[in-house]
Design a protein around this ligand. Structure first.
Ligand SMILES: [Fe+2]
Ligand SMILES: [Fe+2]
Ligand SMILES: [Fe+2]
Length: 423
């Protein structure tokens, strides 16, 4: 495993892209506008890098809240919940801390005092740039040629100079808006091309396993904050996988990598609508195939991370079976490794251990009997035998992790309630 920060960033933007097509283009175009304005304001390479990453993820906090569709309108009624939630989601990853502050203030009006409820210090200049870039993007009508809209957009942005928008940012926008490349890039430049030119070389450094764990925890929030079941499930699978790997005598490095794979195994659920994830009734065939596609999206997201080694395959093959009857790749026991079996068993174990709306957590004897009858043919006996001989300890690990996930989710709900009261 030799991942860099740069690799993690493109997987982060990829996962947000998968979530929603509208948001994907909004993020991309806003980031390009922000990049040009930041360059015109002579920001350092490092500042440009943070600005562009912030812009590429800026509405990430809207993944769970209803106002997602409102964000692509000019007047956002209450932009603070998604700004604060975005900050909350990113701040647990150390290199993203300055970026999380940019998100926190990205709708902050220039003429308003920043001393409010949750003191975060001075508003970063990048937030003011992002605010203008975001509104430029909203003002562009995508049914008309972009070069015919320059004056209309400029007039509206100007009318808020010194009130909603920072005057120096509006002046920098005036400068860049004279060049057609500003507008044509907004319309045409890809996110990959932008990230390539904007991300500073300081982001090329190799990451430690500690950092990767911190990142996995952070990116897992984009799916975890959407459902109480998802968070406790990811925590359970992660902890049980680690426990099994320890019982099998794996090295410390390998155990931790398996724990990361467990935490991220369902990250592809970002592609499924929350109403399906939360549905307690039987799924119809279309819903079922949408749910099954999550394993494919887990691999799409994790494949973006260059140098991740086998972690991506361990995570995304958790629904593959030895007899080839699994999904999405239908691979068979020739290519299924023991690490994949660990995640697969941890996934089933945790699911059976969870309280579901339609049934309570199952006792260990029943879990073992279900695993032995229905899953040993699919996932082999070696991992099963280890679980069977240590089921009481594994059960404690699993229940503690589920509880931990529930507590995290409560914290998030309380945070959301608090932010929704700020208007
Ligand atoms: Fe926003
Ligand atoms: Fe936005
Ligand atoms: Fe899954």
């Amino acid at each position: 495993m030799n991942t860099t920060l740069k690799g993690l960033i493109s997987s982060f933007t990829k996962s947000v892209d998968i979530y929603n097509y509208l948001l994907k283009n909004h993020h991309r175009r806003t980031a390009i506008a922000a990049y040009h304005i930041g360059k015109a304001m002579n920001l350092s390479d490092h500042e440009i890098s943070d600005l562009v990453i912030g812009a590429a993820l800026h509405d990430i906090g809207a993944l769970t809240v209803q106002e997602r569709d409102d964000l692509v309108q000019m007047d956002v009624e209450n932009p603070y919940p998604h700004s604060m939630l975005g900050c909350y989601m990113l701040e647990s990853f150390e290199p993203f801390q300055p970026i999380s502050r940019i998100l926190f203030y990205h709708h902050w009006p220039y003429d308003q005092d920043y001393n409010w409820n949750r003191e975060k210090g001075k508003v970063p200049l990048a937030s003011y740039i992002l605010h203008v870039a975001d509104r430029i993007e909203i003002l562009i009508d995508h049914d008309q040629h972009i070069l015919t809209q320059k004056e209309k957009v400029k007039t509206i942005i100007h009318s808020y100079k010194g009130t909603l928008f920072h005057p120096a940012v509006v002046e920098a926008f005036d400068m860049v808006s004279l060049q057609d490349i500003f507008w044509l890039d907004i319309e045409n430049m890809s996110m990959n091309a932008l990230l390539k030119s904007a991300i500073s070389s300081s982001m090329e450094v190799e990451l430690s396993l500690d950092m990767l764990e911190q990142f996995a925890f952070t990116i897992s929030k984009i799916i975890d904050v959407r459902s109480k079941f998802t968070i406790s499930h990811s925590y359970g699978v992660s902890a049980v996988s680690y426990h099994i790997a320890a019982l099998l005598g794996y090295s410390d490095q390998k155990k931790r990598e398996i724990r990361v794979a467990g935490l991220l195994h369902d990250i592809g659920k970002i592609a499924i609508s929350p109403s399906i994830i939360e549905k307690t009734a039987l799924l119809d065939p279309l819903e079922r195939s949408q749910v099954q596609a999550h394993a494919y999206f887990t691999s799409v997201i994790l494949n973006e991370i260059e140098g991740l080694g086998d972690i991506g395959a361990w995570a995304s093959n958790h629904h593959e079976n030895h007899d080839g009857s699994g999904y999405p790749k239908h691979i068979s026991n020739k290519t299924i490794t023991e690490e994949m079996d660990i995640i697969a068993y941890a996934d089933i174990y945790t699911a059976l251990c969870e309280n579901r709306p339609y049934r309570a957590s199952l006792p260990t004897s029943e879990i073992i009997s279900i695993l032995s009858q229905h899953f040993t043919a699919k996932h082999g006996s070696r991992v099963f035998n280890i679980i069977k001989s240590n089921v009481d300890d594994i059960d404690v690990t699993c229940k503690n992790a589920i509880l931990d996930g529930e507590i995290r989710y409560q914290e998030f709900e309380e945070f959301s309630k608090r932010t929704n009261n700020i208007a």
